[in-house]
Design a protein around this ligand. Structure first.
Ligand SMILES: [Zn+2]
Length: 382
């Protein structure tokens, strides 16, 4: 067992693991890659590897330090992500600069993982610069970004830059099969997850995520009137809230664990506040992720119908091919389908900018009913 196990198969991450095991370390790292490149999981594995008590620089994945870091429950590994649209200078001063001057509670190295580092505004990036230039001896910074161009050159030049690649579809399927996932399911998950091994694993690993996918795929067929649209919007929102409630249960355990780990003493209030803030962000992200899942899956359904009409080479949802075929043969217009795909994309982007959730989902569902009207689908098998 190793902290890198869940990332096996991603060659750029394997190379990163080799650098660490050879003790070839940098104080500041910049991991670049799109959403499917497992940047976050790689950063957490790095934090565990440098701090593992059993297998230093490798990360055994089993000791208490590794386990708590992997679960984001270690007081010396700080996750910083945007509170709102940007990471502002105050957040960098409070959560990074001030914190970096304190010595670690218990770990060898204090690690700061800056998620979506490109969302630091220029003032925040400039504030961080000095700390990156003169880091404490036991401090490591890991910046994550999908948009390198948004980062100041001065920041980039102070980091060791690692480009993470997406994982080829065939490779994801092979990895999942080797891990005991049935061939059909492995092939489908590899196709659906578009190069994101981590997402493919969570889809095949959790019964709930797999069930949710069937629910999202049933929506286009059930969307037959504006009233249905509103009902389905409520169903999607409820599903997201259910996931939020699940996460809240885990968070309660985490609060207890942190209290036990820290006891009463120096810095405990700031650690507790940081945890409470992280929890709040995490809940918003869980909700956003489930809604994004719904919109992405519905969008991919409509896109698949278009793909079938133009030869069918790039169909994603191979498990509902027959239903997609029915839609492709129906009177639904290409323009309507295209508008439906676009609506799913724009709703997703609105939600990432804090749009009102129920309202966005309702207007989206109503627009989908209008763009792909039920009477145009005569003959669609369901
Ligand atoms: Zn360990």
């Amino acid at each position: 067992m190793s902290v890198w196990d869940p990332l096996r198969g991603n060659l750029s991450i394997e190379s990163l693991a080799r650098q660490m095991s050879a003790d070839d370390l940098a104080h500041s790292w910049l991991l670049l890659g799109s959403s499917g490149s497992d940047k976050g999981a790689a950063a957490v594995a790095m934090a565990a590897a440098v701090n593992c008590e059993v297998a230093p620089m490798l990360g055994c994945g089993d000791c208490s330090t590794c386990l708590r870091i992997l679960r984001h429950r270690h007081p010396d590994v700080h996750h910083v992500s945007p509170e709102g649209t940007f990471i502002l200078v105050d957040q960098i001063r409070e959560s990074v600069i001030a914190e970096a001057t304190r010595s670690p509670f218990e770990a060898t190295s204090k690690v700061f993982i800056l998620e979506e580092a490109d969302r630091m505004n220029p003032a925040a990036q400039n504030a961080l610069l000095k700390t990156l230039e003169e880091p404490g001896p036991a401090t490591m910074f890991i910046l994550l970004s999908a948009r390198e161009e948004e980062l100041l050159e001065t920041i980039r030049s102070r980091c060791r830059v690692i480009h993470l690649q997406r994982v080829p579809e065939e490779h994801i399927a092979t990895v999942l099969q080797a891990e005991g996932i049935a061939t059909d399911k492995a092939l489908l998950a590899a196709r659906v997850c578009e190069g994101d091994l981590h997402r493919a694993r969570s889809l095949t690993g959790s019964g709930r995520a797999w069930e949710r996918r069937s629910l999202w795929l049933s929506i286009p067929r059930r969307l037959t009137s504006p009233v249905d649209g509103l009902d389905l919007a409520a169903e999607i929102v409820n599903e997201a809230r259910e996931a939020v409630r699940d996460r809240e249960m885990h968070q309660k355990d985490e609060v207890v664990e942190l209290a036990e780990a820290l006891g009463e003493g120096r810095g405990t209030t700031s650690a507790r506040n940081a945890l409470a803030k992280r929890h709040k962000r995490e809940l918003r992200r869980v909700e956003e992720a489930v809604l994004a899942e719904a919109l992405d899956t519905m969008g991919s359904f409509y896109r698949d119908v278009l793909a079938l009409r133009s030869g069918g080479e790039s169909v994603t949802n191979l498990d509902v091919l027959e239903e997609l075929g029915g839609w492709a043969d129906s009177g639904v217009s290409d323009l309507g389908l295209l508008a439906a795909v676009e609506r799913c994309v724009s709703a997703r982007s609105a939600l990432s900018k804090n749009a009102n959730v129920p309202l966005t989902m309702e207007t989206t569902m109503l627009e989908l009913t209008e763009r792909v009207p039920p009477d145009s689908r005569a003959g669609v098998r369901s």
